[in-house]
Design a protein around this ligand. Structure first.
Ligand code: ZN
Length: 170
């Protein structure tokens, strides 16, 4: 297993659209394992392949308290949504920033598991938010895209400052 490098906003590679996985082989299984290790290591609850610079439609998540319920979603798709709700979100690609985003409250979704079986399910709450957030990544979208232009501008300034500080330290 290997820990992968997570891209940070505003890296352009986070804007690439991931391609559907055609065959679930060892390469995909190793990628999923490495992504889970990276996600646990960084303290996240979800991670999309786009965030580790792999343009394949693979996402991992684990919403359990004990961090013992890893889920790997290959080619995940939302097939139906209902309602809206606001929830505070963060992202491993936008460190130390949290903000409220409006998303669908309830979703029906499908994906392939690592055996290639099609899983269809429905969910709401945090899990629904997480799946929408990760599929967005695979489409080159970030949660901060939903914020107002003013908020995005402020975030950009904050990150610029952090970068300057870092370059001074180095
Ligand atoms: Zn994210």
């Amino acid at each position: 297993m290997a820990r992968l490098n997570v891209l940070h906003f505003p890296d352009d590679r986070l804007r690439k659209k991931a391609l559907a996985v055609e065959t679930i082989n060892d390469e995909i299984r190793i990628l999923a394992k490495d992504m889970l290790e990276t996600m646990y290591d960084e303290g996240g609850i979800g991670l999309a392949a786009t965030q580790v610079n792999v343009q394949k439609r693979v996402a991992v998540m684990d919403l359990s308290e004990g961090k013992d319920n890893p889920v790997v979603l290959v080619n995940p798709e939302i097939t139906c949504t209902e309602g809206t709700r606001e929830m505070q979100e963060g992202c491993l690609s936008v460190p130390d920033y949290f903000d409220t985003v409006e998303r669908a409250e309830w979703i029906r979704y499908q994906y392939l598991d690592l055996d290639g079986d099609l899983i269809e399910s429905e969910t709401d709450g945090l899990q629904a938010v997480c799946i929408q957030h990760e599929i967005d990544h695979l489409d080159g979208k970030l949660f901060i895209d939903y914020l107002s232009p003013l908020k995005r501008q402020r975030l950009r300034k904050k990150l610029d400052k952090q970068e300057k500080l870092q370059s001074r330290i180095l």
